[in-house]
Structure formats: structure tokens, C-alpha cells
Design a protein around this ligand. Structure first.
Ligand code: BEZ
Length: 191
């Protein structure tokens, strides 16, 4: 696949797995397959990578579908030569010199990396958090806003400090709540 061509105008979640036929990864791939509609409505394409060959992936995908009650619906790269895992720094020699850690890259339609998460092999990822981060990234790509701790889509947002009060009043007509000069909230633009 040509990554940039495949991605087109979509966002991407690229995430790595230590190896095929491993229990935590099996649950993660099933969880992501079941979130298909959530990724689709955010215009996000999902791409997994595991450092095992294609024939191994085919057998493992059958197990994932069987045990997780899902149908795998996104590509799983066979990175047997570790080319992609190495380029993206997914292999951390202090953890394991050959297997990838659990890395997550959220990539924008401009093909630039917007967010990186790294988990150890023994900790499965929280995909609602990844969706939440995508909501924040997509909002802040289009508005001079930031999102506070534990923010969820639809909740009040923070006006970035580079925006003056006068500009904030003009830009955010739904209201401005000034707690401190540097801490100003406004309703989510979609509300
Ligand atoms: C897992 O995916 O279950 C796993 C992989 C490597 C080490 C520990 C757990």
C-alpha cells in the first residue's frame, strides 16, 4: 500500500503490536474493529502493524474474529522485516530488541503526526481515550481553542492565550467565561 495515497483526506490511527497470537493485542484489535463507526464518523482510517508475516496475520485474524465477536475491518501490516516499526521508533531495545511496544500515532490529513502514545506490551490501550483525543485534535485544528483536563466532545473549551480578549469576544460569540486572564472558557462551537 502507498500510505499517503491510502490515507487521502482522512485522519489516521497507526498502532503497533508486539506480536501476533498474543492475548492483549487480540483484545485490542477486536475493540478497534467494533469501534468502526466511531472512527468512520470522525473521518479516521485505522492501520495496525505487527512484526509478523502475512500468513501469520491471516490465521490470527480468524482467532480475533472468533474470540472477540467481531469482523476485522482495517489493514494489519505484516512488518516482518521491522522496517515500519524501526522507522516509527516502535521498537524500544530496553523493552524488547525485536518486538514493537504499543505505540499509537494519530496522523492528520496533512500527513503530519499530531499525537504519540507509548504503552508497554503488558498494558492494553484505552480506545475511548484515543477517540477523545481525536475529537480534541480535530476541534483545535479548526479553532483557536484548547481542551481542558478530562474534556469530552461537546464540553466547554479553553480559548488559547494567543487570542486577545477583544478577538475572543469577536470569535466566540456563544460566550466567554474569564476565570483568570489566562484561563478563559467558551462553549463548544457546535453547541
Ligand atoms: C500481549 O499482547 O498479550 C502481550 C505481548 C507481549 C508481552 C505481554 C503481553
Amino acid at each position: 500500500m502507498d500510505f499517503h495515497q491510502w490515507l487521502g483526506d482522512s485522519w489516521c490511527v497507526l498502532f503497533s503490536h508486539p506480536a501476533d497470537y498474543t492475548p492483549v493485542c487480540t483484545t485490542e484489535l477486536g475493540a478497534v474493529a467494533k469501534l468502526k463507526n466511531e472512527f468512520a464518523r470522525r473521518n479516521v482510517k485505522v492501520l495496525a502493524v505487527s512484526v509478523d508475516p502475512l500468513d501469520s496475520h491471516h490465521g490470527w485474524i480468524k482467532d480475533i474474529n472468533e474470540t472477540q465477536g467481531c469482523t476485522m475491518n482495517f489493514p494489519l501490516i505484516a512488518d516482518a522485516d521491522r522496517n515500519i516499526s524501526t522507522l516509527y521508533d516502535m521498537i524500544h531495545p530496553n523493552a524488547d530488541s525485536t518486538a514493537a511496544v504499543r505505540a499509537v500515532f494519530i496522523i492528520g490529513p496533512d500527513k503530519k503526526i499530531k499525537l504519540v502514545l507509548t504503552y508497554p506490551a503488558t498494558t492494553g490501550r484505552n480506545f475511548p481515550e484515543i477517540l477523545r483525543a481525536i475529537d480534541s485534535l480535530q476541534l483545535t485544528a479548526n479553532h483557536k481553542l484548547a481542551t481542558p483536563a478530562d474534556w469530552k466532545d461537546g464540553e466547554d473549551c479553553i480559548v488559547v492565550t494567543a487570542v486577545t480578549d477583544d478577538d475572543a469576544a469577536r470569535l466566540f460569540r456563544k460566550g466567554l467565561r474569564k476565570v483568570k486572564p489566562y484561563l478563559r472558557y467558551t462553549p463548544h462551537p457546535k453547541n
